[in-house]
Design a protein around this ligand. Structure first.
Ligand code: CDP
Length: 219
């Protein structure tokens, strides 16, 4: 079983999701948005009134998450939550529950089950380090906090949400800090990852760079 896996890790709003989708489309691969699982877990806990600090209770919810991904839509317990999981406070909650070891453990098998033929593009924080250490291609996608805050700002405004750029830069730095410093599966490039700084690159250029890494690995 040698399923090709392309792991794309990196900080918040570095463009991982878009890049992962485009690369998967070009190769006809499956795609795993692991951040969505942490967002779903946080949203589920919030809806159930479970404190995000209650590790055992949140892990139990994560283990039995009634979530489904269908044609670009995300469903939780029969409700379309595609928009709800993108809210900033759910992202904040995701970052909090993601720091709990039991929650990460509870989501591990679910993530690994995505490794299916003809291949997988997985995006997150620890795809190359913890979930798929055997991945053939590991990309660590980054960009300056300001560039990332600006991208997130545009995204939010386009979707009709309100947003404030200085607040976003501040939140971005706080999220980076928490994701990088947590004890379990911290955000860091795998030793064998290619680090791509996309501050001055557009989406097409990043997609091409990732595809080039993949092609090179097959020669
Ligand atoms: O869109 P953004 O990059 O901000 O977040 P996301 O990829 O949807 O992930 C939301 C949160 O889940 C992040 O802030 C991380 O703390 C956490 N996460 C994680 O710990 N491990 C992953 N593999 C993916 C996400």
């Amino acid at each position: 079983m040698n399923i090709p896996i392309i792991a794309i890790d990196g900080p918040s709003a570095s463009g991982k999701g878009t890049i992962a989708e485009r690369v998967a489309e070009r190769l006809g691969f499956h795609v795993l948005d692991s951040g969505a699982l942490y967002r779903l877990t946080a949203l589920y806990a919030m809806r159930k009134g479970v404190a995000l600090t209650d590790e055992a209770a949140v892990a139990a919810l994560a283990a039995s998450l009634p979530a489904e991904f269908r044609q670009g839509e995300v469903w939780l317990a029969g409700e379309n939550v595609g928009q709800a999981i993108r809210a900033e406070e759910v992202g904040e909650g995701a970052s909090k529950v993601a720091a709990l070891p039991a929650v990460r453990e509870a989501l591990l098998a679910r993530q690994r089950a995505y490794a299916q033929a003809p291949g997988l593009v997985a995006d997150g924080r620890d795809m190359g380090t913890v979930v798929f250490p055997q991945a053939q291609i590991k990309v660590f996608l980054t960009a300056s906090p300001e560039a990332r805050a600006e991208r997130r700002y545009k995204q939010l405004i386009e979707k009709g949400n309100s947003a404030n750029l200085p607040d976003l830069v501040r939140d971005m730095r706080a999220r980076d800090e928490r994701d990088t410093r947590r004890a379990v599966a911290p955000l860091k490039p795998a030793p064998d990852a290619v680090v791509l700084d996309s501050t001055a690159m557009n989406i097409d250029q990043v997609v091409e760079a990732v595809l080039e890494c993949y092609r090179a690995s097959r020669n």
